[in-house]
Design a protein around this ligand. Structure first.
Ligand code: ZN
Length: 502
């Protein structure tokens, strides 16, 4: 395990803060997505993948794909009507799809820390953060004392490769733990991911079995109108902006990203503000980004795993809300549109095709499940469970309560899924919402007033789980900012406030 703890007090002026005040930008941490969509040459493996896909211990390669901000119900295999994900749908047809998969949180930092540690956010305590000048800041780092999924796979003989496109998933913040090769150059797009993998293919082929983690960022706002998908999805905005139709695809993408970014900011400030783009159009742009990611994912995976012999897990850190419960973006609530994510595993010869399991599971289960699928020893003390038997035998896993949490403007929200019920508690205000998620999957009818006993039982259940599980201190990393300085930076317009971050 790595120990990357850098203890610097909250009142220190950090290089990040000083640079931000002076107006410097960190060139390598570009806050804009790279707009290029140039074809990237696909190098050949130096050996045939089938010969290299088994290591000395006979273990298969593993590819973990996480797509930022993708809610489960915008994936075709989860029932979305727009043809957003033909490739991901094909993966689901070849393996197992968990119909009710919950993230541990509703934004990147705690969700991904939970996925990599199989611990809930209150356990790893990596649950704060923001973005200043394209750099993650005010963010605790993942403790080096925790054994991550990548560390366990490395210890099990895997050569580990990680490509991250979100500034919050960086090496200083602890997310490179266990990776032999790791790259994160700030917010980046799918062609950039492809290029990183292309640069590694020879090394990957030579060092099998490998574990490859790919984190995509494209569906995160600001949304571009990805051609030709946006056109096919009947983008209403094309009629509102006829001048864009004559622009080049690249300049049009850029214009739409700019428009949608401004609309998102305006709507977050005031949901009732006048806007040139309706919610439906924003969702269509979002869908075009998912479709674009699906296209590039297919291209990248066919380069690195052309014979589809690797174990492939696809999931997301959190979803996105389009006023389903009044809000926009993510992080500020825990409703299903934010916490239900895709969770699909393909393991040829091991998991029967077209398997669908409906018992609620968690992305914290990915870690123990991967160990189970490749026959590595289980790790004690994980909050997730090994789903490999359920997947390979196509049987429902055991039922158990699942937790989610987030913070918003000083408030702490917690939730428990205890199927068929779900309770969401605002610990700060005491507000509660209870949903029967079996009959009200969209969580539209709060029945807390009708079921006070159930509310009490589930509140107590959250308390019991939290009391019975170990807790770790997060690292205080150098990107913490003093609150006064933070206010000053905010006044200067340097802070992308929390609604606009990860
Ligand atoms: Zn995210």
């Amino acid at each position: 395990m790595n120990t990357t703890s850098i203890h610097i007090g909250l009142v220190r002026w950090t290089p990040v803060a000083i640079a931000a005040l002076l107006g410097f930008s960190f060139g390598h941490l570009n806050s804009e997505k790279i707009p290029t969509d140039e074809p990237v040459p696909a190098p050949e493996f130096s050996a045939t993948p089938s010969a290299k896909s088994k290591g000395a211990e006979g273990r298969p390669n593993i590819i973990l794909v996480t797509i930022d901000t993708v809610r489960a119900d915008h994936i075709g295999a989860y029932g979305h009507s727009n043809a957003t994900t033909p490739f991901i749908d094909s993966i689901a047809r070849d393996g197992v799809l968990f119909e009710r998969a919950y993230s541990g949180s509703s934004w990147t930092v705690p969700a991904m820390a939970s996925l990599f540690t199989s611990m809930y956010p209150y356990q790893h305590n990596v649950d704060r953060g923001g973005v200043v000048s394209g750099t993650a800041t005010l963010q605790p780092g993942l403790s080096g004392e925790i054994d991550t999924l990548a560390e366990q796979l490395k210890a099990g003989g895997y050569t580990t490769f990680g490509v991250a496109t979100n500034v919050h998933l960086s090496k200083p913040l602890g997310f490179a733990q266990g990776f032999d090769h790791f790259v994160n150059q700030g917010f980046n797009n799918a062609p950039w991911v492809h290029q990183q993998v292309a640069d590694w293919t020879e090394e990957m082929a030579a060092s099998a079995p490998f574990f490859l983690w790919l984190h995509y960022f494209d569906p995160h706002d600001k949304y571009a109108a990805r051609r030709p998908f946006a056109d096919r999805f009947n983008l209403e905005a094309m009629e509102d902006f006829p001048e864009l139709a004559v622009e080049t695809p690249r300049s049009r993408d850029k214009r739409f990203r700019s428009i949608s970014g401004q609309v998102m900011r305006d709507l977050k400030k005031d949901p009732f503000t006048e806007t040139p783009l309706g919610i439906q159009t924003m969702e269509t742009l979002y869908d075009s980004e998912i479709r674009y990611t699906d296209k590039w994912l297919k291209r990248t995976l066919s380069m690195v795993d052309p014979k589809e012999t690797a174990i492939l897990i696809l999931s997301a850190d959190h979803g996105e809300e389009f006023r389903d419960h009044g809000g926009l973006g993510h992080r500020r609530s825990l409703y299903q549109e934010l916490t239900q994510v895709p969770f699909i595993i393909r393991s040829p010869g091991q998991i029967p095709p077209s398997t669908r399991l409906s018992e609620p599971v968690s992305t914290l289960d990915i870690y123990p499940t991967l160990l189970g699928l490749v026959g590595l020893d289980p790790v004690k003390g994980l909050a997730g469970i090994d789903l490999s038997d359920a997947a390979t035998e196509a049987t429902e896993p055991e039922r158990r309560p699942l937790l989610q949490s987030t913070r918003r403007s000083g408030e702490v929200l917690r939730s428990v899924v205890a199927f068929p019920m779900r309770l969401i508690v605002n610990e700060t205000t005491g507000g509660v919402e209870l949903f029967d998620i079996e009959n009200d999957a969209k969580e539209e009818r709060n029945i807390a007033m009708d079921r006070p006993d159930e509310v009490g039982r589930l509140k107590a259940l959250i308390g019991t789980i939290m009391t019975d599980t170990p807790v770790h201190q997060a690292n205080d990393v150098s990107q913490s900012l003093d609150p006064e300085l933070l206010e000053h930076l905010r006044g200067l317009g340097y802070i992308d406030n929390e609604a606009a971050s990860p």
